[in-house]
Write a protein of this length. Sequence first.
Length: 174
Amino acid sequence: LQVPPYAYAHPDDLLDAARDSGRPPLVVAMDGVTDPRNLGAVVRSAAAFDAHGVVVPQRRAVGMTASAWRTSAGAAARLPVARAVNLARALAAYQDAGLQTVGLAGDGDVELPDYDGFADPVALVVGAEGAGLSRLVRERCDVVVRIPISRGTESLNVSVAAGIALHAAAAARR
């Protein structure tokens, strides 16, 4: 059995999908995530909470591998994953299209429950395991939010954090 290579969407295709849906755009951008299981889990959460797609950088990040596909539990067949040559430029294009770029980091300026922009067009940006958001991508974010967690816990897994933020976005859009 041979499986063809994954057919990535273009980052602009995610905006087209949002336009066709009649709902405000919700896109997840993953900055430098290298674990395929994290990519698959984020794709699954993004599909569960009605995002329009996930965008990953072309270099220094994981793509849709067999492991990512399995972890998505079929969501990768329904939700487009786009590849961007330059993630910071893709985020700039999303901003030009009217999306607010919302970074997610443990040292963010605003606590997630206090952020009130999820009902609007949003690109949620999550960072790499351990390293978090890269400097250029973080500078491109309009706001950086943090999930309040116990002081005894250093951080959350990127896919768990993305799922929590996506749930908050879905709740704000209801």
